[in-house]
Write a protein that binds this ligand. Structure first.
Ligand code: PLP
Length: 431
């Protein structure tokens, strides 16, 4: 049975005439799997509906924000209430302090926080602050970690333990990435060597404390601890990019889950509940370098937007009140174990790492510990798996190198249905 996609196909045709690639963010274009993206008309709880009238069980959740599902009634009511008062004032509102209080109470490293409008803005600003605070320029990132489209962080992996950054996008001047060192994730020795060599020049070390952007890659406990210890030893600002993991892995993010506290944290996605919010925060002495208290300039016309604040507040308050994390973990573990079982029986090389409600089914039997291993996946098999599930009404991220998300609205029946569909699809594509 094939779903009808004629309206999506026409919409994509039209969009491609008007918008580069027909999309306003490249990950949506089905580039990694081929075919035509489905155009969405609405979302309801754990489901998406496309403009051809097809319904999909959604494991993307707008790439992370919708942990509560689409159109959660508390969130919708909060946005409606805020809307009745206006959309933007360019002046302080009390709602900004309410969201700031929630964030500070939740995230161990954050004593002061600044709201921005995207994850990219959050990481870009955090780096600037770390550089301003330390008076140093050089930063470390890890291959395969994505921190938004910040010039100095758009750097690919090179070989060897310590590689000078070269830009991975035209338009990024080499000068912007000259001070970016790219290392291999989970490589404690490489990290220690880099600090030994350049430690006194290092302003910041930034990482995803669980990686979502090369598929889910889990840090070893030694690795996170080494990041912490080396930064402390050399006076380098440790930045956890929790844009994806914040309020996802636990209410306090990956840092609460692993018990390792960075100096600064960046947030996005869930903190805005589906409206454009990012945030960066950390130790008060570091955050006090931010303008207008300190000299590091950072600003935004729509930062702290009242609709976005209301959406974020309603989302965080609901998560705090309902504490769904154990239940999310249980459902996700069942799904991952089920997927693994199906692959085992069918003799398909695979590994299914998950932390909390983030997971990836890799078509690769090696444990995926870093970018090099992740890159060795069977992406052709993934594309067939993706399309097979899409045709059965299950919407996955359209790339092997992304995290899938389980939300509070996913039921045990949904998980069973997903497993039955995955079994059928994997049977077809390997049979
Ligand atoms: N950091 C991480 C870990 C992300 O996953 C993303 C986006 O997926 C970003 C930063 C950038 O966030 P945004 O897309 O809101 O700019």
């Amino acid at each position: 049975m094939k779903l009808k996609h004629t309206r999506s196909e026409a919409a994509f045709e039209r969009a491609q005439q008007l918008i580069p690639g027909g999309v306003n963010s490249p990950a949506r274009a089905f580039g990694g799997v081929g075919g035509c993206p489905v155009f969405i008309s609405r979302g309801e709880r754990q489901y998406l509906f496309d403009i051809d009238g097809n319904r999909y069980l959604d494991y993307v959740g707008s790439w992370g924000p919708h942990i509560l599902g689409h159109r959660h009634p508390v969130v919708v009511a909060a946005i409606q209430q805020a809307l009745a008062t206006g959309t933007s004032f360019g002046a302080p509102t009390e709602s900004e302090s309410v969201l700031a209080e929630l964030v500070i109470a939740a995230v161990p490293s954050i004593e002061k926080v600044r709201m921005v409008s995207s994850g990219t803005e959050a990481t870009m600003s955090a780096l600037r602050v770390a550089r301003g605070f330390t008076g140093r320029d050089v930063i470390i990132k890890f291959a395969g970690c994505y921190h938004g489209h910040v010039d100095s962080l758009l750097v690919q992996a090179g070989s060897g333990a310590l590689t000078l950054g070269t830009p991975s996008s035209p338009g990024v001047p080499v000068g912007c990435t000259r001070d970016t060192l790219v290392l291999e994730y989970n490589d404690v020795e490489g990290l220690a060597a880099a600090f030994k060599q350049r430690g006194n020049e290092l302003a910041a070390l930034i990482l995803e404390p669980v990686v979502g952007n090369m598929g889910v890659v889990i840090p070893t406990p030694e690795f996170l601890q080494a990041c912490r210890d080396l930064c402390t030893q050399y006076g380098t600002v440790l930045i956890f990019d929790e844009v994806m993991t914040g309020f996802r892995i636990s209410y306090g993010g990956a840092q609460a889950h692993f018990g390792v506290t960075p100096d600064m944290t960046t947030l996005g996605k869930i903190v805005g509940g589906g409206l454009p919010v990012g945030a960066y925060g950390g130790r008060a002495d570091i955050m006090n370098t931010v303008s207008p208290v300190g000299p590091v300039y950072q600003a935004g016309t729509l930062s702290g937007n009242p609709l976005a604040m209301a959406c974020g507040i309603a989302t965080l308050e609901t998560l705090k009140k309902t504490n769904p994390y154990a239940e999310l973990e249980r459902k996700t573990a069942n799904l991952c174990e089920g997927l693994s079982q199906i692959c085992r029986v069918k003799g398909i090389p695979h590994t299914v790492p998950h932390v909390g409600s983030m997971f990836t089914l890799f078509f690769n039997s090696e444990p995926v510990t870093n970018y090099q291993v992740s890159a060795r996946n069977d992406t052709a098999r993934f594309a067939r798996y993706f399309h097979g599930l899409l045709e059965r009404g299950i919407y996955l991220p359209c790339s092997q190198f992304e995290a899938n998300f389980v939300g509070v609205e996913h039921t045990d029946e949904n998980i069973e249905q997903t497993l039955a569909s995955a079994e059928a699809v994997l049977g077809e594509i390997t049979g």
